[in-house]
Every structure is written in C-alpha cells, then in structure tokens.
Design a protein around this ligand. Sequence first.
Ligand code: MLT
Length: 412
Amino acid sequence: MAHLNSHYLKLKAGYLFPEINRRVKAFTDANPEAAARLIRCGIGDVTEPLPLAVREAMHKAVDELGTSEHFRGYGPEQGYEFLRKAIAENDYRSRGLDVADDEIFVSDGSKCDCANILDVLGHENRIAVMDPVYPVYVDTNVMAGHTGAASDAGFYEGLVYLPCTAENGFMPDVPTEKVDLVYLCSPNNPTGAVATRERLEKWVAYALANDAILLYDAAYEAYITEPGVPRSIYEIPGARQCAIEFRSFSKNGGFTGVRCAFTVLPKELLCTSADGEKRPLHPLWNRRFSTKFNGVSYVTQRAAEALYSSEGKAEVAALVSHYMGNAKILREAVSGAGLTVFGGVNAPYIWVRGPQGATSWDIFDRVLNEANIVITPGSGFGNAGEGYFRISAFNSRVKAEEAARRFAAMKW
Ligand code: MLT
C-alpha cells in the first residue's frame, strides 16, 4: 500500500479560516434569521471592486490574446519582463534600493510563495516563527516534516517560538540561540504591529552573524501610514545577503481573487549545501519555478502592471485609504467600549485584548451570537494570541460602521 505523508497527521485541527467558516455555517444553519445580519470581519479578504486601471488592462490583454498577431501561450515561468521590471523599478530602484529585474519572481500568491520557498531550503534548518503567527508558516513546515508533534500547549517540537506581546510591541527581539530561518511579518498579520528600522537592523545583524535567512513577509506594506517605518527589508544595509522578501498584490490592488504576488531573492544570498560549500539560492528558486510552475497568466500580469501606472497608483491609494478609514472606525469603537486595542494604524488588522479571563474562542462565540459579527480568534494564530481577537478592516464602509455600532453596544 502506498504511504501518505504522515507529517500532515501532526497538524492541529483544520486550517484556521476553514474552521471559522465551519463554525459560522453551524451558527447560521441554526439561526437563519441571523444569517442576513452577519458581518464578516474574520478573514482578511478584500471587498471593494478592482481598480479601473486593472480592469482596462485585463480587457486589453484578453483582446490581444484574441488575435493571431498577439496571441501568447506559455510565458516565462518567473514572470514577464514587463512586470518584473515594473516591480523592480517602482517598488525598489525608484526608492534607492538595489533590486534587479531577474531577482523578482512573479507568482500566484504570497501564501504559496511562503510555502514553496521550503522546497529550496534544507530539512536541517532550525526555524523560528513569531507567536502569534500567520498559520501558513507553521503548517507548511509541519507538512514538510520540519517539526515533531504538537505539545498539549500547541507548540510544535523543533520550532523556536518568538513571543510577541504587548510588552515587546508585538515584534520579537533576536533570540539568544542560533536559528537558520526566521519568518518575520511586517506589517504584521495578525497583530497589525510594524517592525521599526532599529528592530530590523538588529535582525539583519543577527542573520549575518549567524548565517541565517530572514523570510520577510511584507504583504501589507501598502498599509504603512507612519513615516520612517521600513517598507522593505532591503532598506536595511546587509539585507541583500540574508533576506528574501514576499510581496503581494492581494491587499493593495484587491487581487485576492485575481491572484498575483512576487518574491525578491537577491543573487548575493548564500546558503550552505551538503558538501559544506556556500552557494547562491537564486538559481535553485529559478529552477523551481521552471520545473514546477508555468507562470501567472498574461492577463493577470498585465493587470498587476497596471497597478504601477499613475491611474493605478491613485486607485491603490484610494483603496488603502478606504480600508484604513474602516480600521480607524472599528479601532475607535472597540477602544471606546473599554477594550485595549493594538494595530489598525499601519495595517488593516486590529488586534484586541479580550475581557479578562475569556478565551479567544469564547469571545469568537460571544461576538458571533450577540453581535452577529465574525472575528478571528487570536489563539488561532498561536499560543501568545490566547485571549486576543483580530478584526479585519476589509469591508464596505456601511458594514464597517454597522460593525462598529454593534461592537460598541456589546456588554464587554
Ligand atoms: C488573513 O485573514 O489572515 C488573510 O486572509 C490571510 C491570507 O492572506 O492568506
């Protein structure tokens, strides 16, 4: 009989968001009248229409494909040159950061990139994650066999957890022990915290001193509103030798359904191979793309390119400002109700400390039952999230305002 990948059997319950959907469905099945009132502030999925610049670019690309002159079949697996160049120019070089076009790898999503990067990294690595953490970093390492079983407390054996608490501003300091891979996410999902330049300088120094790699998830970069907060890890000198950056068009351009993201993998970044030689990771990532991926569709890549046009940039700014307007409304309502809130300033997520003694799932159930609002329980992101919950600001203004009224009306 064939063997399954038994590492999957170590995974705790379901993936967080399907588990939330399951509970919400059970609730709406039992309370059909509440279903119509339901407001979803759980998963961070965009709600507003695609920018006009994007739609026009997509229409044009579709029409091109309808002519024999401009028809295209397979594209370059790593992304069309027009998009790689637009990304490298606009997101990096125009801001004084040294990133070459061929260091950009265009993909169908950051979630996939964060998971796929493990293909080109060894199984021997000691891995550190923030706690609370975007569950994909942990679960994909479990699937790849990089951990032991989960303890009763929910910690996987072999992973190093870096607690993110109100005391450290939800951004961990470098560990005292040596690790090889560190997942950092700023602006952070779920806490909405951002890493300061000083904090990132420490991390880059740590990575260089320990031959470690920083897996830097900047999917929410567009939401940074405070001046001085780094938007890319490459703003920190030395990061090209030790950091891989993950970016996405999901949350800035509203591409959660369209699907397009990219990684930046600098050619200077070296890893040790089995023979003890230090070798660049870039050719391996390139090879992975060529072998396991056929690239993002031409239409989608033209759509992503349009986000860098002047019209596209203005529309992205309007989308971000819309969601951040929601964040402000929700943040003020929950804080006005007497709860302690974090985030929501440089990120579309508000991280709330629940009432004393209540577990995150208790709060989830209460908010669902009393206010008919779906939130995300903090413990779903890890142990350090227990007692907290996350509110997503991705919503229409009408729904965000209504949710704010209901949060304020709850007897916390
Ligand atoms: C979230 O709600 O945390 C996001 O939807 C995660 C994601 O983008 O995959």
